[in-house]
Design a protein around this ligand. Structure first.
Ligand SMILES: [Mg+2]
Length: 275
């Protein structure tokens, strides 16, 4: 199918952040214009991040400060997906009670969604939630192991092993914390963030848009593109982040569309909407 025919049928655009619309503090050329173009053409969009160390409110402010004309509803994090997922699977009458291995931002996010967050494992805990915890302590790992041993469901926000920083540096992310817990307990978590189908189902329901009419734009093959391909969304790879063309050639994951950057996609989309 021609690119223009694929793009014409998209009602909801999901945009990854790091490596797709910005890198660190540097906003990519064409990114703000891309959002403007979507708005002018009444297309819905979500900035989608697996990073659960910050709340959706914090991401919203960050994007506003970067000059993106958006509302709070245009941001969706793996922390929010976790909150919705817990409320979906929770069948008891009392509100869900969770123990969080995560930042105060993640706890705040979950609390704002009506979830009861406790700081001690000495309660009846319904769910253990592990996030990208940059305030991790050994005490929290002990508590998590104890809860898993007791049979409390082990949920995690995102499987990313590392989070990239400026200058090629990186720090351990939620996936790495989970591998430690997995080795200690022999139990695997349920991940709700990219590339999980849980994230896609939540968004598709929330926005009332069929998956075939959603495009996922991102720079990582094994999260952004994998999620799109697994769930029947349109997979759009941008080469402005982690992935090189050589990586695509040897990968079993084939994106539907590939652009050098968000700017290149913007240029094509402008023609599609204009014509
Ligand atoms: Mg990325």
């Amino acid at each position: 199918m021609k690119n223009s025919n694929i793009l014409k049928n998209i009602d909801l655009f999901l945009l990854d952040l790091d490596g797709t619309v910005y890198l660190g503090k540097r906003v990519f050329e064409g990114a703000r214009e891309f959002i403007k173009l979507l708005k002018e053409n009444q297309k819905d969009f979500l900035f989608l991040t697996n990073n659960s160390s910050k709340s959706s409110e914090e991401y919203y402010s960050k994007l506003l400060n970067m000059g993106f004309e958006i509302t709070k509803e245009n941001v969706f994090t793996s922390g929010q997906a976790m909150g919705i997922y817990i409320k979906t699977i929770h069948k008891k009458e009392k509100p869900p009670r969770v123990y969080v291995v995560g930042t105060s931002s993640l706890k705040r996010e979950l609390k704002s969604m009506g979830i009861f967050v406790v700081d001690s494992p000495n309660y009846n805990i319904d769910y253990l939630v592990v996030g990208f915890d940059i305030s991790l302590t050994y005490k929290k790992l002990l508590d998590a192991c104890e809860l898993i041993r007791r049979g409390v469901p082990f949920l995690a926000t995102n499987p990313d092993l590392v989070c990239p920083l400026d200058g090629g540096r990186y720090i351990p992310d939620c996936g790495s914390i989970c591998i430690m817990l997995e080795n200690a307990t022999k139990k695997k978590p349920v991940f709700v963030g990219k590339p999980s189908s849980i994230m896609v189902d939540i968004i598709s329901n929330l926005k009332k848009v069929e998956k075939s009419r959603i495009a996922m734009i991102g720079d990582r093959l094994y999260t952004d593109i994998k999620m799109a391909k697994d769930s029947g969304m349109v997979a759009v790879l941008v080469l402005s982040g982690e992935t090189r063309m050589e990586d695509v050639e040897v990968s079993p994951l084939k994106p539907n569309l590939i652009y050098g950057s968000i700017k290149d996609m913007y240029e094509e989309l402008k023609l599609v909407f204009g014509g």
